[in-house]
Design a protein around this ligand. Sequence first.
Ligand code: GRF
Length: 206
Amino acid sequence: MNKLFRLGVLGSGKGSNFAAIADAIDAGEISAQVGVVLSDIEGAGILSHAREREMAAQFLPPGKFRTKLDEDAERNYVAALQAAKVDLIVLAGFMRVLKGDFLRAFEGRIVNIHPSLLPSFPGLEAWKQALDYGVKVTGCTVHFVDAGVDAGPIIGQQTVPVLDNDTPESLLQRIHGAEHELYPKCVAAIARGEISVVGRRVKWAK
Ligand code: GRF
């Protein structure tokens, strides 16, 4: 029997995307197991979600910088993920940019979800950027992670209409709903080996 595909999940926040992925695993929709969940925030909801599910979950201090891991931290994250023998790194609201050595250790095996239709509105508070800009349709994007910010090849996108009476909060809530559908689908397809990348284009086998 083939070894089950293993996920390493990184998050800084409440962990609703991680919960959606864990639920999809429980429902048999993703053929994978969670090897480890890591967070740079000690009290992050994502760690409680993981512990409630009796999964390995660890706070790993990020070091001295605000928006990236410092060298020691980066080494600790890579070591923890390698020790957990993960096949795919799933960023689920991890609020730090990953750099050189981390990217090299898991090249082509890191995915992220972003709350806009990339390449529009990369960066922080993407739903608010979309609302302020006045677009009529926004959504979410799952993409491979490369050295750019929210810039790697796009695996999947789901649209969300912007309504006239939307506030940042109401729009974000609907984007979260779309994220919880899209991310498990993309992770499931990667775990089944159905995703290939040619240049910037990601192809789905089915
Ligand atoms: C999501 O909106 C995701 O798009 C962004 O961070 C947020 C994480 O939320 N990258 P949660 O922790 O999964 O609830």
